[in-house]
Design a protein around this ligand. Structure first.
Ligand code: FES
Ligand SMILES: [Fe+2]
Length: 416
């Protein structure tokens, strides 16, 4: 349980709030690369209204939504070689927000500038850094930089505070119920004879270990042991907004980007990696919206992520943690909150928070731990994900399956 004040301190993300200032120490995805073409795009990030644009040289920029002159909306603007030009009277801004041309003025006013943030692209996403300078490096996590893989990016807007999703990520017991028994209940009461058995197994043991980027989660399922990958390797929550899950060649970052206090842009960043496969390099990483509501406006809950989103949003726009009753199985949530509070103290003391990367030598490719044999059921796990996970909407499912099938055939041939 948290006091009302503590709950505010850990959840709110606007400028000047404690957690808003903490999250601003991390690079945040603000758009997919594919959606930033030749026109500027409106975005909102941590309660700030912004514009993402691509200049004539292909470099992305992130600036304030409003022009310094008379507050025109810079989504009505022209992307030029050196920056973005307001469509109202032509003031031109460079990437750092400095106004460099005022066509109707005889002399340029050096005071004219707008807010601007450093922006970079990596792995098909555009990231912005909204914190104090010098900016840390944008961490090059393995999923963003691997070669010889296929990628796609699913995304959706979720109608609640980002922290509800993150607390779910350190709560392994929900899997058995929400994605197992509840799904089976819905299937049978909906007239289906189908039942899932992958997610209904009980955790007989769960564990959490802090590591340099966050928390590693571990579990032992009924009938299995600590020798299995689920315990021995586990998978991480990358503080503050990311979960890595996967196995069986499917690797997924679930990134919970705070749009504001009560809206979260959820990204499913998927990387498909088959041993020995050499798929053609993707020039554009396809992105797609994951539907969360049906035509009647009801939440879609026949897949894992729809179930997760339904319970997060059901906790309220910002869950009232002053009314919760934590139990011993919530040990992961307790650890995450402790880590969060420690990071608030670190930045108040002028230190970098956990996971800050400043050494280029360490940033060529940051490998994150992940189980190879997820839940002890490799091929079944892959098939279940394509049926019951956001990736079922991927526009390249056929290509992905073809890559895995070809790799399996060639591995069989090699093994003979
Ligand atoms: S409002 Fe942008 S140039 Fe005038
Ligand atoms: Fe879940």
């Amino acid at each position: 349980m948290l006091s009302v004040e503590e709950n505010e301190r850990l959840t709110r993300v606007g400028p000047g709030t404690p957690t808003g200032e903490l999250l601003r120490r991390y690079w945040m995805p603000i758009a997919t690369s594919a959606e930033i073409g030749s026109r500027p795009v409106k975005k909102r990030l941590m309660c700030e209204d912004l514009i993402v644009f691509r200049d004539g040289n292909g470099k992305v920029g992130v600036v304030d939504r409003q022009c310094a002159h008379r507050r025109a909306d810079l989504s009505v603007a022209i992307c030029e070689k050196s920056g973005i030009r307001c469509g109202y009277h032509g003031w031109l801004y460079s990437h750092d927000g400095q106004c460099i041309e005022q066509p109707a003025e005889s002399r340029l006013n050096p005071q004219a500038r707008i807010k601007a943030y450093p922006a970079e692209e990596l792995g098909g996403l555009v990231f912005a850094y909204m914190g104090p300078k010098p900016a840390p490096l944008l961490p090059r996590f393995d999923l963003y930089v691997w070669d010889n893989v296929l990628r796609d990016i699913g995304h959706a807007m979720v109608d609640c505070n980002w922290l509800q999703a993150m607390e779910n990520s350190v709560d392994p017991h929900h899997v058995q119920w929400l994605h197992g028994h509840l799904l089976n209940y819905w299937l049978s009461t909906g007239g289906s004879t189908e039942q899932t058995r992958l997610f209904t197994r009980k955790n007989v043991k769960i564990g959490f270990d802090p590591f340099e980027y966050g928390i590693i989660k571990r579990r032992v399922l009924e009938g299995r042991t600590e020798v299995d990958d689920d315990w021995k390797i586990g998978h991480p929550v990358v503080f503050p907004i990311t979960l890595l899950v996967g196995g069986a060649g499917i690797h997924q970052l679930q990134i919970r980007v705070p749009i504001d206090d009560t809206n979260t842009w959820h990204i499913w960043y998927n990387v498909y990696r088959a041993e020995g496969a050499r798929p053609a390099k993707q020039t554009v990483i396809p992105s797609y919206e994951v539907p969360l509501f049906d035509a009647k406006g009801e939440r879609i809950v026949d897949f894992i992520d729809g179930q997760d989103v339904a319970v997060w949003a059901g906790q309220g726009p910002i869950a009232d943690r002053s009314k919760e009753m934590l139990a011993s199985s919530d040990v992961g949530i307790v650890m995450l909150r402790r880590m969060h509070k420690e990071q608030l103290e670190r930045i108040e003391a002028g230190l970098d928070p956990i996971g800050t990367v400043r050494d280029p030598a360490l940033n060529r490719c940051i490998e994150l731990p992940i189980e190879h044999n997820k839940l002890g059921e490799t091929s079944m796990f892959r098939a279940e994900l394509f049926k019951h996970q956001a990736i079922r909407h991927s526009p390249i499912v056929a290509e992905i399956n073809a890559m895995f099938d070809a790799a399996e055939r060639s591995n069989l041939v090699t093994a003979k």
